[in-house]
Design a protein around this ligand. Structure first.
Ligand code: NAP
Ligand code: MG
Length: 505
């Protein structure tokens, strides 16, 4: 027998308590930088799902959270943000050993986003109109008419592995702020940090049962959640394929659904682009987090007049990206999340070669300097891509850039919109007036001009076309977590004044 290192076992978080799965089973969490088992998580059963939903329902109906004043809930969210800052090193560690995200990204981008999301949600909720009175109209007789916003009830959140915490928080923060209870099912590669969030929320003052986390396979745990009759809303981020399925499954009980799905974002480079800015910007746009970002700029549309120069400079600049150990602050690009994801990406690279695209950079697994055990892929660039190739149409979710040539702006817009997706798009040019005109023609939920990956917590994010339904962040997201009620109060008691009754009598 070889030596065995003890790995920590994580349980389910239901009704404010750690609890093992009822079937007693666990599954392995793999560190994608080393391919070693880094932890174990409880494999929830259908019974566990039911328990989590029941505890969320019970907490909701009790009013312990749903009837609190928004100001009180906002304070608790602020507290939650403070707890995250205090525990940041542990959270970063749990994320790194499961997602393979670099500690450089996790400590700078992810933790900041979690805190900002909670703070912005608390702030915008205080400006939110929970109740408003309508002006009096005489047609219906004297009446007082109010529009009130109420929590929906029990929210099920199903989240992906690429930004496990940030994308969970985009759902947790508004759900809690508006008074709902929530059950989160994180991706099976990366459940650890989300479990920690639930514990911190409890410590911050979110009552037991309001925020539950259950771990286990999407095909069983996930499906049970999205079909459960006591779940009122499903918030999902992940692949378009699973998104379609969830929409169908949720339809039997007519749940409210928000979906944040895939992307194949076009980045358009006009002839007058400032290439000193655009070259690093394009690479940041596609290779950040090893390309595992739904809004990455994966299709680069370059004007023919600068095409060769752009390709040469992208290849040159790609050599400056350090692929390596995510635990090293100097690393710019860590591994991809899993062996399966690595193989998917390598298959896409093979298909690019088969379909006749010109591989100008990378294209292989990175195995030098101790990386051979992990799932590392070189920054990869294909030139001479045609937009109907698989590598231009399908979401690869890895460090692969497809470069396409265009001659006119009309053609660029046409190619940009020739996709089932519509999550994001970008334009690199010195002419920002023109860029704004072009932005109006791009069918995408976010357009970046001379930038990429820029999120504001007060700006909505979401997809056109098959990239999703609804929006996260911004003021809009608060509507997505509330029901609307109209209360009409008649202000006349005399039956002879109630002319509408005469339609019957
Ligand atoms: P996925 O299958 O869409 O998984 C996302 C989440 O849905 C996970 O929590 C998953 O659980 C769960 N799930 C899977 N099947 C389900 C079902 N039938 N019912 C309910 N929940 C279900 O994504 P993936 O397999 O991790 O990655 C596949 C591809 O999705 C990637 O290559 C990429 O193209 C895309 N993706 C997009 C985003 C995005 O932000 N738009 C994020 C991640 C991935 P399990 O983890 O237990 O399967
Ligand atoms: Mg999947």
């Amino acid at each position: 027998m070889g030596t065995q290192t003890m790995v920590k076992e994580f349980q389910l978080f239901i009704n404010g308590e750690w609890t093992p799965a009822s079937g007693g089973e666990t599954f392995d969490i793999i560190n994608p930088a080393t391919s070693e088992v880094s932890a174990k998580a409880a494999k929830a059963t259908a019974e566990d799902v039911d328990r989590a939903v029941e505890s969320a329902r019970k907490a909701f109906e009790s009013g312990i959270w749903s009837n609190k004043k928004p100001e009180e809930r906002a304070l608790i969210l602020q507290n939650f943000a403070k707890k995250i800052v205090e525990k940041a090193p542990e959270i970063i560690y749990l994320e790194a050993i499961s997602s393979g995200g670099t500690i450089r990204k996790l400590s700078n981008a992810d933790i900041a986003q979690l805190v900002l999301c909670l703070q912005q949600t608390a702030k915008s909720a205080l400006e939110y109109k929970y109740a408003e009175s309508l002006p009096i109209v005489t047609a219906l007789g004297p009446s007082r008419n109010q529009i009130v916003r109420e929590p929906i009830g029990v929210v099920a959140a199903i989240t992906p592995w690429n930004f496990p915490l940030v994308l969970a928080m985009w759902k947790i923060a508004p759900a809690l702020m508006m008074g709902n209870s929530i059950v989160v099912k994180p991706a099976s590669y990366t459940p650890l940090g989300t479990l920690k969030l639930a514990e911190l929320a409890l410590e911050a003052g979110v009552p037991p049962g309001v925020f539950n986390v259950i771990t286990g396979p999407g095909s069983t745990v996930g499906e049970r959640l999205v079909t459960h009759k006591e779940v009122d809303k499903v918030a999902f981020t992940g692949s378009t394929e699973v998104g379609r399925k969830i929409m169908k499954l949720a339809s039997d009980t007519v749940k409210k659904v928000t979906l944040e799905l895939g992307g194949k974002a076009p980045a358009i480079v006009l002839p007058d682009a400032d290439l000193d800015l655009a070259i690093p910007g394009i690479l940041f746009g596609v290779f950040f987090h090893s390309g595992q970002v739904c809004e990455s700029g994966t299709r680069l549309l370059v004007h023919e007049s600068i095409y060769d120069e752009v390709i040469d400079r992208l290849v040159e600049a790609s050599k400056r990206i350090k692929v390596g150990d995510p635990m090293d602050f100097a690393t710019g690009m860590g591994p991809v999340v899993s062996e399966q994801q690595m193989n998917t990406i390598l298959n896409y690279i093979e298909s690019g070669i088969q379909e006749g695209a010109r591989l100008v950079c990378g294209g292989k697994r990175a195995t030098e300097n101790g990386l051979e055990k992990g799932y590392f892929i070189e920054p990869t660039i294909f030139a001479d891509v045609k937009n109907d190739m698989k590598i231009a149409q399908e979401e690869i979710f890895g460090p692969v850039l497809s470069v396409i040539r265009f001659s006119t702006e009309e053609e660029a817009i046409e190619i940009a919109n020739d996709t089932i997706y519509g999550l994001s798009a970008g334009i690199w040019t010195r002419d920002v007036v023109k860029a704004n005109q072009m932005a109006g023609k791009l069918k995408a939920g976010t357009v970046w001009i001379n930038d990429w990956h820029m999120f504001r917590m007060d700006a909505p994010f979401g997809g056109y076309k098959q990239s999703g339904v609804g929006r996260e962040l911004g003021m809009n997201v608060l509507d997505e977590y509330t029901e609307v009620k109209h209360i009409h109060t008649a202000l006349s008691n005399e039956v002879e004044h109630r002319t509408a009754f005469r339609l019957l009598f």
